[in-house]
Design a protein around this ligand. Sequence first.
Ligand code: URA
Length: 204
Amino acid sequence: PARTARDVALPMEADALAAAVRSCRQCALWRPATQAVPGEGPVDARVMVVGEQPGDAEDLAGRPFVGPAGRLLDEALVAAGLDRAGLYLTNAVKHFKFQPRGKRRLHARASAAEQSACRPWLQAELERVKPRFVLCLGNTAARALLGAGVSVNADRGVWHASATGAAVMPTFHPAYLLRLPVAEREAAWAAFVADLAKVREACE
Ligand code: URA
């Protein structure tokens, strides 16, 4: 199909947004981090996937979901028939927060203040992309979209109305699946793939 003015203009704005995210100093997380990780994907994506925060691999690469959790997400997307290239992938918090442990950097949860300092970036991404559907991976993302009362355990796998106008579905975070005991992993994996399949069906 022919490219429209919209196709051409929006990516430039999106690049400006990514550059602004990379220069953010609204909280202290930027200092120890390698770099911020802005969202990526088509600016006209119908589906936005929101994670918690970049992990070690994402911090080094500057791209979302390229580490172990990202690989599991990729597998689940394939199993559910969703094309990653068509999705806008981002995080509720744009810098990796970690605790040094020897040579390793262990994930640490962003504080409420750090999460709210980062909220305008997610808001800007939502306004730019205007997704019809938002899939929230884990409680941090779900609460960023739907408020503090929501939880993955209670509210997973169904669409919720949100202030953004998008339908929002909370589901498991892939890193949670990686941490589950083997005995529980199979059922949770099936539920995760089933949630992703609902996103595909919503787009049909
Ligand atoms: N986990 C997340 O929540 N986001 C990423 O980008 C990678 C891992």
